[in-house]
Design a protein. Structure first.
Length: 274
């Protein structure tokens, strides 16, 4: 990324009407209607882009194809290139919600990997649409730039989250924690995008979630030991503890029932290295 991302909660505290536990039935209905209209406009835009070309298509034509007025289009999108990405705003909110609701002992990299799965699920929920959109973004530079901008938003969100797990007040010259957080966040996003592109090129076929888990395993293996786990709240028990007896060469581990598997495995590995 071109400049450091500060450890703020700005990206994560933004919420759409569809988020939040105390929302009313009316707000949920309004959010669903909003998303439905955005998708309708997106479908109209994609049809026109595919049949008459991106440059030749106007906002008025997109609105007319969707059966709405021009002003309705601009209530939902700022430009025609934005119109074929109707779900990114809501997906960003869902990804942020995953980060905010993470279990206190979950490793931050595991949390980020779970968060970005919301993006993959967005694409996998409509394979045919996703494949056609991928084709269009490869052919139209303006659409490709719009998608790159969307990816950058996810990367900022995850970098901010990882940075939030370091004590910035303790940083000093030569401390690589912020660099590691940015590189790790970029690695998660890159791994996701690599799997996504491969899946789209295959026509949206195959078990994309299994492929994604394999890619994330590589990222965790590379960066997991360098990023500190979430601080344990005072008075709470650690996720897992290990004791050993030299004479019997026996390792005994005690883990909480809600301990993340990845953290349990890391604890075992560390114990065996001693």
């Amino acid at each position: 990324m071109s400049q450091p991302v500060k450890a703020t909660r700005t990206e994560r505290t933004k919420r759409s009407p569809s988020s939040g536990g105390g929302e009313s039935a009316g707000s949920r209905r309004a959010a669903a209607q909003r998303l439905s209209m955005r998708r309708k406009l997106a479908a109209a835009a994609m049809e026109l882009f595919a049949t008459q070309g991106y440059e030749a298509t106007t906002v008025d034509e997109i609105a007319a194809r969707a059966g709405v007025a021009r002003r309705t289009f601009f209530r939902h999108f700022r430009s025609k290139e934005e119109a074929i990405f109707p779900d990114h705003d809501d997906t960003l909110v869902r990804a942020a919600a995953v980060l905010d609701a993470a279990p206190p002992h979950e490793h931050p990299l595991d949390t980020v990997c779970r968060g970005i799965k919301e993006v993959m699920r967005m694409y996998a929920s409509a394979p045919t649409v996703s494949v056609e959109r991928y084709r269009l973004t490869r052919e139209v530079p303006a659409l490709r730039e719009r998608e790159i901008a969307s990816v950058a938003r996810y990367e900022r969100l995850f970098t901010s989250y990882l940075l939030g797990h370091f004590d910035e007040g303790a940083h000093h010259d030569g401390d690589d924690d912020p660099l590691l957080a940015e590189v790790a966040a970029s690695a998660v996003v890159t791994a996701h995008n690599h799997v996504l592109r491969r899946w789209l090129r295959a026509g949206g076929e195959g078990d994309v979630e299994t492929q994604l888990d394999h890619a994330f395993a590589i990222v965790r293996e590379t960066f997991g030991s360098g990023i500190g786990a979430r601080p344990v709240p005072s008075g709470s028990r650690p996720a897992a503890t290990v004791s050993a007896t030299d004479e019997d060469e026996v390792v005994v581990m005690v883990a909480r029932t809600d301990a993340p598997l990845a953290e349990v495995m890391r604890t075992i590995k560390e114990a065996l290295k001693r």
